[in-house]
Design a protein around this ligand. Structure first.
Ligand code: GLA
Ligand code: ZN
Length: 655
């Protein structure tokens, strides 16, 4: 069975509310309750004085109602006394100063003092709860961000990382090309994290990109080390513990997800899909779900599923539209979620998130969201084998943390984002009913018929040889513009036309390029379709490749923009520009037809189809990711999908 969870904060409610809350959860069919991830201040109100009685009671109460607990290590929010008594536990901001206290997540993950305290509270938790049958799993910290702390400890750790990588300062200077702007390092003491002052317009782009790339790599590995520090402690007490952490994307959230998840048992994700739609929403929310499934290349959990109107980070969002709670939940399940925990049981009455709505409003009476949860639970009960299945994909899309670092820190063209490239290709596949695995770029590619490689700007020669081997063996590889630009140090490759190391397999090279920003141009395909492009225009010359699309308007009319090269038993496409939703849909549709791969050619825009199969059966999910009703024919049946509606076809019929 797919498990349903609730995020619950007993420490925020009067004791008299616990029993009715927990009884109601059980009655609604909840399986697990996530607790304690922000409760350090209550668990250790003074240095070394522990108050676990309340948590013992909460765990017992949850268990007495037949549910289990996901226990959060409370390290995201250290108690105020610790920061005040031990200033070396406080994170420093990008401007090289200690952060202002009073919100959350202020800890320096590298600080030895913080780690001592964190280790002590985690050990106290483990002594009480590790290995007990009431505990279903552990959640490490909360939404761990990539750690850009600039405190003296982190500065020393960065220096040690650079020393371990390069050995000598001469090697560092050579790798980073420090002769530019007299940046030579002549003493290890000169090496600091890149600092930025707010309000002075200082951007990462101003820094040496090779140095910045290594700084980002260090931060990602420091954060992965922090996760490992916690998993090691928990496993000392319970080697069989199931451990996860709730990832989320955007801002400074960890692009080194795969490294971070290496020491975890299950990848998990906080799923907050959009509650408002613009008419031309270019991406499907499903991207994040397939992305997180790739962290461990297996089914995953949702630790926070949208449970009500969002608040706190801005004005309160509109109410959840009909079908939204159930539809988005089933969308997550369709893409491989085996557990969905809703954020949160009841909306907080105090604190910054008092308007970040949970399932229940402050009024504490049943509402449309609690009814939607009941309906979801009832529907999932009709599919008991679902968790014994997983999404099946013949298409892989490669993600590289280096690429995200490089594009984020050094903008290439106005409006050009690495993530958008990934999301646009993914969206096209969804709308063709074709599943996609989003996997780390150095993963094994065996079994994939199509491999999409968006903008591999920091070009790893090993990945290039995997791709060549995959294409030679018969796969279709799709490479896009800004691939092959930089070497692994993050410096530009000289004397080799783009796409650099990939040019041979692409059978073409770039003569010149034009970063056209938000301007728009047109290309015409071999199938005589006209499609809009924007952001980037490579002027491509074919060597062995044929033209798939050329620019239509002056001054580039007639010049190839997208090419296709027969390579070994396979094909390699080079996409030298950036398109709209239509371009990717058209290109991927054409690739599917050419390869004779099963796909659905006539799905309405915004309707996505994917499949889970395995011992538990085969399920096909038809989801309407728009606010308009959609109709489609499936094997001779008319399926009508309400806005955000989900229809599921199983071996036993429609669910
Ligand atoms: C994140 C956090 C939660 C809560 C929600 C609300 O996902 O993990 O604690 O703040 O956002 O948006
Ligand atoms: Zn620090």
């Amino acid at each position: 069975m797919i498990q349903i969870g609730i995020d619950y904060y007993p420490e925020q409610w009067d004791r008299s509310m616990w029993e009715p809350d927990i009884a109601k959860m059980a009655e609604m069919g909840v399986d697990v309750v996530r607790v304690a991830e922000f409760a350090w201040g209550v668990l250790e109100p003074e240095d070394g004085r522990f108050e676990f009685g309340w948590l013992d009671d909460a765990v017992d109460l949850i268990a007495s109602h037949g549910m289990r607990v996901i226990l959060g290590t409370p390290t995201n929010c250290a108690p105020r006394w610790m920061y005040v008594d031990h200033p070396d536990t406080v994170q420093w901001d990008r401007d090289g100063r200690p952060t202002n206290l009073g919100i959350r997540g202020h800890r320096c993950q590298e600080s030895a003092t913080f780690r001592d305290y964190a280790s002590r509270i985690i050990r106290e938790m483990c002594k009480r709860y590790a290995g007990r049958p009431e505990i279903a799993a552990w959640q490490i910290d909360n939404e761990i961000e990539i750690n850009h702390c600039t405190c003296p400890t982190c500065t020393a750790a960065f220096k040690a990382w650079v020393k371990a990588r390069y050995g000598t300062l001469d090697a560092v200077n050579a790798a980073w090309g420090t002769e530019v702007w007299s940046g030579q390092l002549t003493d290890w003491g000169q090496l600091t994290p890149p600092l930025m002052r707010q309000g002075e317009g200082f951007q990462p782009d101003w820094y040496n990109p090779a140095y910045y790339l290594d700084y980002e790599r260090f931060c990602a590995s420091s954060t992965a080390g922090y996760v490992r520090f916690q998993t090691d402690i928990i496993r000392e007490y319970d080697p069989d513990a199931t451990i996860t952490t709730n990832t989320c994307f955007g801002g400074d959230m960890m692009p080194g997800f795969h490294e971070e998840c290496a020491s975890l048992d299950v990848a998990s994700y906080d799923n907050y899909p959009p509650v408002t739609f613009s008419a031309d929403e270019p991406h499907s929310n499903a991207f994040g779900l397939d992305f997180v499934r790739g962290f461990k290349r297996r089914d995953f959990w949702i630790m926070e599923e949208l449970g009500g109107q969002m608040g706190c980070w801005g004005p309160i969002s509109p109410a959840l539209a009909p079908n939204m709670l159930e539809g988005y939940s089933l969308q997550a399940v369709a893409h491989g979620a085996d557990l969905l925990s809703f954020f949160r049981w009841r909306t907080a009455s105090t604190g910054a998130e008092m308007f970040c709505h949970g399932l229940l409003d402050h009024a504490n009476i049943p509402n449309s969201r609690t009814r939607a949860l009941e309906s979801l639970v009832a529907r999932l009960k009709t599919m008991p084998g679902l968790d014994d299945t997983e999404p099946v994909s013949k298409v892989a899309m490669l993600y590289g943390a280096d690429q995200e670092f490089s594009f984020r820190d050094q903008r290439q063209s106005d409006g050009f984002a690495y993530w958008d490239q990934l999301r646009l290709f993914h969206d096209a596949c969804m709308n063709l009913g074709v599943g996609v695995d989003v996997i780390e770029q150095s993963s094994d590619l065996a079994g994939y018929e199509v491999v999409i490689v968006p903008s591999m700007i920091v070009c790893d020669p090993e990945v290039v040889s995997h791709l060549e081997a995959a294409a030679k063996a018969g796969a279709t590889v799709v490479v896009t513009c800004r691939s092959g630009v930089k070497d692994m140090n993050g410096n530009c490759v000289v004397g080799r036309p783009l796409p650099g190391l990939l040019a041979d397999m692409c059978g073409c090279h770039v003569l010149e390029y034009d970063p056209i920003g938000r301007a728009r141009r047109q290309v015409r395909t071999v199938h005589d379709t006209t499609l809009a492009v924007t952001s980037w225009c490579d002027l491509v010359e074919c060597d062995t490749a044929g033209v798939w699309a050329s620019y239509e308007d002056r001054p580039y009319d007639g010049i190839p923009a997208i090419t296709c090269n027969a390579y070994g038993k396979g094909f390699v496409y080079y996409v030298g520009t950036v398109g709209d939703r239509d371009l990717y849909r058209t290109l991927m549709g054409s690739i599917m037809r050419e390869r004779g791969m099963a796909h659905l050619d006539d799905l309405p825009a915004g309707v996505e189809v994917c499949e889970r199969s395995g011992e538990g059966g085969t399920y096909r999910f038809f989801f309407n990711d728009t606010m308009d009703e959609k109709g489609l024919m499936v094997d001779g049946h008319l399926v009508t999908l309400e806005p955000l509606g989900m229809a599921i076809e199983s071996d036993e019929g429609w669910k």
